[in-house]
Ligand binder design. Structure first.
Ligand SMILES: *Cc1c(COP(=O)(O)O)cnc(C)c1O
Length: 376
């Protein structure tokens, strides 16, 4: 069987995890967390980053930071993971879904303005497959209507838009280190990117159960106490130690994934030329990170058949995202604004092929061969 995913492991993670355990400081904000924080702040040119237990929790922190409350509206694509919406629903917001663009599967920035009402507070672009949304347009709309932008960059680490790292363009951003993402912290983890000074101090407080403990440790207050809303959003240092093993080799992991992506692309190009399948498009302003390699087939029926055929031949390819607006909770907590021209249709045609760090070239060739055989 060729698995769909293998968590990134470069070889040093074991050593760092042991080092962390032996240091007797394994809770949050230990030595490895500090190393990771510094790495991100330098690499991303970001004001402040905070490792969290997941991207889901980083998004929840964003919703708390922006004081989202009952009745507020949040605009996002429907073609995304549940956490993008849940984080805001938990604070009482109504989700307003807008359509995506078929070329990148990202939010259609030209459909955002018509979805804005007096209750709108936030726009949440999701950088699908690590390919950037049209951030200049989105930031311009946000500025004109006085809205916040939270980038769901769960899939976007190492990608850029016009030279800027994804997650550093909006007011806040979030990365995921779940084991299915390009970089992982022992299976689960995330990062909140704080790009606006005014949120920095409160972000630390929310992450530390609503206390000013971080300020206390830096000697800026003489005792710590409960000062705000909060929860326990810190990543433990053993997880950060695993992540450090990935970060040290971040460029190597990225290049390896890009090579895999290109092999698939070159191998399947002819099928696209013949009009049989469609391949992903990367916008000109974007350098992507090969988070995903997907292809689009004719329709749902053909997808089911191809997935089955691949499975029979030992290849685990998958699809994902039942559009949120059509899911039970989506019907309850949100509504679709405008026409669903692409969200449902395009989501039913998409297949993700196996991509992981150091997937053997022979496996890629086998997968390409079976896709050709299917269409023979
Ligand atoms: C993976 C993912 C998340 C959730 O990340 P976790 O770290 O598992 O909480 C959120 N949004 C998108 C777009 C994702 O792909």
């Amino acid at each position: 069987m060729i698995p769909f995913n293998k968590p990134p492991y470069t070889g040093n993670e074991e050593k760092y995890v042991l080092e962390s355990i032996k240091s007797s400081k394994i809770s949050g904000d230990g030595e490895f967390t500090k190393r990771c924080h510094k790495w991100f702040e330098e690499k991303l040119n970001c004001k402040k980053v905070l490792l969290t237990t997941s991207c889901t929790h980083a998004l929840e922190m964003a919703a708390i930071l922006l004081d989202i409350k009952e009745g507020d509206e949040v605009i996002m694509p429907s073609y995304t993971f549940v956490s993008t919406a849940n984080a805001f629903v938990l604070r009482g917001a109504k989700i307003v879904f807008v359509d995506i663009k078929p070329d990148t599967m990202n939010i259609d920035e030209t459909k955002i303005e018509q979805a804005i009402t007096s209750k709108t507070k936030v726009i949440v672009p999701v950088h699908y497959a690590g390919v950037a949304c049209e951030m200049d347009t989105i930031m311009d709309i946000a500025k004109r209507y006085n809205l916040f932008v939270v980038e769901d960059a769960a899939q976007g680490m190492m990608s850029t838009y016009k030279g800027k790292a994804l997650g550093t363009i909006g007011h806040l951003g979030a990365y995921s280190f779940h084991e299915t993402k390009n970089y992982t912290s022992a299976g689960e983890g995330g990062l909140l990117l704080v790009n606006d000074d005014k949120f920095v101090q409160r972000a630390e407080i929310i992450r530390e159960k609503g206390t000013n403990r971080s300020l206390f440790f830096r000697g800026m207050v003489d005792k710590y106490s409960w000062v705000d809303l909060g929860s326990s959003y810190l990543m433990n240092d053993v997880s950060a130690a695993y992540l450090w093993g990935n970060l040290e080799k971040a460029d190597e992991i990225n290049q390896n994934r890009l090579n895999t992506w290109q092999k698939y692309y070159d191998g399947l190009k002819i099928l696209e030329k013949r009009g049989i399948i469609q391949l992903p498009k990367i916008s000109e302003e974007c350098i992507h990170n090969a988070h995903m390699f997907y292809l689009k087939v004719k329709d749902l029926e053909e997808r089911t058949k191809l997935l089955e055929y691949l499975k029979e031949n030992g290849i685990l390819a998958v699809f994902h995202y039942i559009p949120l607006h059509s899911a039970p909770a989506g019907l309850k907590f949100g509504e679709f604004n405008g026409e669903d021209k692409f969200t449902t249709n395009e989501s039913e045609r998409l297949i993700r092929l196996p991509v992981w760090y150091k997937i053997p070239i022979e496996d890629i060739n086998i997968i390409i061969k079976f896709i050709y055989n299917f269409y023979k």
